[in-house]
Design a protein around this ligand. Structure first.
Ligand SMILES: Cc1cc2nc3c(=O)[nH]c(=O)nc-3n(C[C@H](O)[C@H](O)[C@H](O)COP(=O)(O)OP(=O)(O)OC[C@H]3O[C@@H](n4cnc5c(N)ncnc54)[C@H](O)[C@@H]3O)c2cc1C
Length: 409
């Protein structure tokens, strides 16, 4: 970066994982110019995965919340990052390089990083009370309060977040039912072999499932809700938690001229299409995935963090190769650790290791049609996961994973 470049004002909108990591990585790579971090939430940046895991399943405490911060106030001050927390961006003018904020002020930038993430897809069922969704610290706290009553909970949505909530709820002593219109809800994420294990895992943990049937309505109020299913079944519950996916936070960019289509569309360097000094990263960004040959929006922790580092390096060091995603995801399902890296190639093949019936330690390794390793899903088997990550990153053949797993199985 040249002397004048070093004074460019870098404005980051969205003060969570992707935004905070961008600011930190800019400083780590030697950038000494002004950085402003704007965030709609008044809280200091915090990490979301614990909201459906540790924070929800243990006693809620201020100490646990503080331990889950992405950055502290002294660290922000030491890095000389100006924050505007509790302030949402409402508009963007790329011609004048100006972002409008909801307090009526404006901020100009030389480089803008959009990191506004996603919101929970709103529940179509809105009785007077008793229906909750989970995306923020406040929502996690509100759900934790309901779970502490140890009354019946219906979780709508059998994806990662819904099942993590079910896991926390049953651990706390609530009778729990998970509803999802898909017979094996995790199949898209982990493949058929492990998806069916995860259905069994609910039952082994005392959670009831109504899979393959949707929700028609939820009525009543907190403490006495009725969840009506498409087949006419009625489930009584004290609390319902609806986890049916998320939507990218792009409303504030309407009319900005950026291309919005299930996220902010970017080029392979994560620059917003049509504006070279605007980047988009994390859950809000949709970029051309080098391996999949299509635009992808990922809603995973490692992607948000990796994209932040990539963009900070691009801003300070110039553009090199395009962004490559490792497609790495993890989830805690009851006492199981599920990890996924890469992808399954429909034209390739998959090999299963471990005892699927016992299900205690399993790996499914995916090869593409040329035999190159392209993905793996593991349950409780970090050594297998690490081997798969190494070989996939190096573009190696599946034998390099398969041979090791045979030794270890
Ligand atoms: C409950 C839960 C559990 C999860 N568990 C896992 C897990 O186990 N493994 C995994 O890989 N991933 C997990 N994830 C996903 C992971 O947390 C996200 O991928 C990650 O948080 C994305 O970071 P982000 O900064 O892009 O977006 P977000 O975390 O969504 O943050 C965006 C920020 O921008 C702010 N914002 C939005 N609009 C505006 C605006 N107009 N102006 C200013 N600020 C704005 C928002 O308030 C928010 O603070 C989980 C997510 C949730 C919700």
């Amino acid at each position: 970066m040249t002397g004048s470049d070093a004074r460019r004002h870098i404005l980051v909108v969205g003060a969570s994982l992707a935004g905070t990591r961008t600011a930190q990585c800019l400083r780590a790579s030697g950038y000494s110019g002004p950085i402003t971090l704007v965030g709609a939430e008044a809280d200091l940046p915090y990490d979301r995965p614990a909201l459906s895991k540790g924070l929800l399943s243990s006693e809620w405490s201020d100490a646990a919340v503080e331990a889950n911060r992405l950055i502290t106030r002294p660290e922000l001050d030491a890095l000389d990052i100006v924050t505007r927390l509790g302030t949402a961006a409402t508009g963007l003018d790329t011609t004048t390089r100006t972002v409008s904020l909801d307090d009526g002020s404006t901020v100009t930038y030389d480089v803008l990083v959009i990191a506004t993430g996603a919101i929970a897809r709103p529940s179509p069922w809105q009785p007077a009370s008793g229906v909750f969704q989970l995306r923020t610290l406040g929502e996690s706290r509100a759900i934790a309060e309901r779970l502490s009553l140890r009354e019946a909970v219906v979780v709508v949505g059998g994806g990662f977040i819904g099942t993590e909530i079910a896991s926390a709820a049953v651990k706390l002593g609530c009778p729990v039912t998970v509803v999802d219109p898909v017979p094996e809800p995790m199949e898209r994420l982990v493949g058929p072999e492990i998806a069916s294990l995860l259905v069994d895992l609910h039952h082994r943990n005392g959670v009831e499932t109504r899979f393959g049937v949707g929700v028609a309505d939820i009525h009543g109020e907190a403490g006495s809700l009725t969840v009506v299913l498409d087949d006419g079944t009625q489930l009584e519950a004290s609390t319902a938690v609806v986890g049916i996916g998320s939507l990218p936070s792009t409303d504030w960019l309407l009319g900005s001229g950026l291309t919005l289509d299930n996220g902010v569309l970017t080029d392979r360097h994560l620059r917003a299409i049509g504006s070279d000094d605007v980047y988009a990263i994390g859950d809000v960004a949709r970029w051309p995935h080098s391996d999949r040959g299509m635009d992808v929006r990922a809603e995973h922790w490692t992607n948000a963090s990796d994209q932040a580092r990539f963009v900070a390096n691009a801003i300070t060091g110039g553009l090199a190769e395009g962004y490559d995603s490792s497609d790495y995801v993890w989830s805690d399902q009851y006492d199981w650790k599920v990890h996924s890296v890469g992808r399954r190639d429909p034209a390739g093949s998959s090999t299963v290791f471990g005892d699927l019936e016992a299900g205690e330690r399993v790996a499914v390794v995916h090869a593409d049609e040329t035999g190159r390793a392209c993905g793996a899903v593991t349950v409780n088997w970090v050594r297998a996961l690490n081997q798969a990550r190494r070989v996939i990153a190096a573009g190696g053949p599946t034998e390099e994973i398969v041979d090791k797993l045979r030794q270890w199985a």
